[in-house]
Design a protein. Structure first.
Length: 166
């Protein structure tokens, strides 16, 4: 079994992240623990959210690695409202961008047995995430790890905590 990812993103979420990277520079995501918009992933310019020593680095999204992208878990977009349509965010294409994804330590204790997928849906969330003014919001979907994935993660040891060090 190859590397088991704790987090991935749908192609729609990756396209929005590339667009936001073009507009705002390097980004990071923090999986909210219940403040503001419930348990939404919040996207910030990297460095504008203070990552604490107890925050867990779930993984780093490589926005140009299509093999690391998840398939959307939601039903298909309504006709005329999906990738390529006039109301869908422009995708600036390959960006070379990576986006670290964090979760609070207490929240990780509850979600450590799940793979999280960052998805994008229409609508405005209630938080301060960068995609909100675009008329979209990030949404976390999850699935339980398989037994094999759980064993591989346990063998790999605990995930890193604290800020990503370049």
């Amino acid at each position: 079994m190859g590397e088991v990812l704790r987090v991935d993103a749908t192609p729609a979420a990756a396209a929005m992240l590339r667009s936001l990277t073009a507009a705002h520079g390097p980004l990071m995501i923090h999986q909210s623990g219940g403040c503001c918009d419930g348990s939404s992933p919040m996207c910030y310019p990297r460095g504008e959210f203070l990552v604490g020593d107890g925050d867990v680095l779930l993984g780093v999204l490589d926005l140009d690695d299509t093999a690391g992208l998840a398939e959307p878990a939601a039903p298909a977009s309504p006709p005329g409202r999906g990738p390529g349509s006039a109301d869908w965010p422009d995708d600036p294409g390959p960006s070379g961008a990576i986006v670290p994804v964090y979760i609070g330590g207490a929240q990780f204790a509850y979600w450590s047995h799940t793979r999280l997928t960052i998805d994008l849906v229409r609508g405005r969330g209630g938080g301060f995430s960068l995609e909100a003014p675009e008329g979209y919001r990030f949404l976390t979907r999850s699935r339980l790890f398989t037994e094999d994935e759980t064993e591989a993660l346990e063998a790999a040891g605990p995930p890193a905590r604290g800020p990503l060090v370049p």
